[in-house]
Design a protein around this ligand. Structure first.
Ligand code: GLN
Length: 306
């Protein structure tokens, strides 16, 4: 390697920090509106043990839809390939909270990363587990090596009061027969799942299993099989950014997942994971600065999955 990720990360960070201030904070979840727009941090964790952080990389933020990758992982682990009878694996080309394609596809969401898909995944977890909320938290605590991780009541309650769109989605899917449990229980779990908070450092650590053939790096524990890990990464590449997934693959060239809290986690299999956070979002709900930083990292290193 004739380049240094540390230099690339630092140069890109400072340049973007000064120049790019486009985007808007998500305010439809009132609690998210309180975050300072200037927050910006990134953390990269490499399989060789290198760990690089910059800016607000050790400050917690709401990971929101990034948690959908973790709920998918647990559901896929529990039910295997039958999962795809309930959720498809195609990019939707629609906004993350769209109701549009549900009727066309008989209540089967296009993929597990749009809200409708993640809601069905929550339903599957509730059917599979005695206490899905507790079991999911336990699963993420183990993956992240954060034994004290909890849901944020503040964020979850805020979304529970205003998440009318998700209530509509869940009831609509129920009417089409693809929600098996009480919609109130499914939504309650969905909002809690989205309320998890982590730092960039913790997020990049948590996602290392997907850069390491499905095994945790800290203790070598297998979480999912190599093939399941391949498929989750493929879904992140094709569906991780909603109707901007093509753009992300085009500019960055890595599997990744965004959240409306302004976080993005991306990974380069067998190499590294990187989590970036800036709450200013573009019209697709993806962080402008985080996307730009990731583009700079893969462009200047000339290293991506392509
Ligand atoms: N909790 C958010 C919602 O359902 C998650 C959306 C996101 O991060 N894109 O609207």
């Amino acid at each position: 390697m004739n380049f240094s990720y540390k230099n690339i990360l630092e140069n890109a960070y400072h340049e973007i920090q000064q120049k790019d201030n486009d985007g808007k904070i998500a305010t439809y979840i009132p609690e998210l509106a309180h975050v300072a727009p200037s927050k910006f941090g990134a953390h990269m964790t490499c399989l060789d043990g290198t760990s690089l952080g910059i800016g607000d990389h050790i400050e917690k933020f709401s990971i929101q839809s990034i948690a959908k990758v973790l709920s998918l992982t647990l559901a896929y682990k529990l039910v295997g390939e039958t999962l795809w009878e309930r959720v498809d694996v195609e990019p939707s080309g629609t906004k993350f909270d769209s109701l549009l394609l549900l009727e066309t596809y008989k209540g089967v969401p296009r993929n597990p990363f749009i809200n409708s898909g993640a809601i069905v995944i929550c339903d599957i977890l509730i059917s599979q587990l005695d206490n899905a909320k507790e079991a999911f938290l336990h699963f993420v605590r183990d993956l992240s090596d954060l034994p004290n991780l909890t849901y944020s009541d503040k964020i979850a309650d805020s979304e529970k009061r205003t998440g009318f769109r998700n209530v509509a989605l869940c009831n609509f899917i129920k009417s089409l027969g693809n929600i098996k449990n009480d919609p109130d229980d499914v939504l309650d779990f969905y909002f809690d799942m989205c309320s998890l908070e982590m730092t960039c450092q913790q997020l990049s650590h948590t996602f290392m299993f997907l850069a390491n053939d499905g095994c945790k790096v800290s203790d070598g524990k297998p979480i999912i099989t190599v093939n399941k890990s391949k498929r989750i990464n493929a879904l992140m590449l094709t569906c991780g950014f909603y109707d901007e997934s093509g753009e992300f693959a085009f500019r960055v060239g890595l599997p990744g997942k965004s959240g409306v809290g302004g976080g993005i986690v991306a990974l380069y299999p067998d190499n590294y994971t990187i989590a970036v956070w800036s709450p200013l979002l573009n019209e697709h709900g993806n962080s402008c600065k985080a996307m730009k930083l990731l583009e700079e990292v893969t462009t200047h290193s000339e290293m991506s999955i392509f």
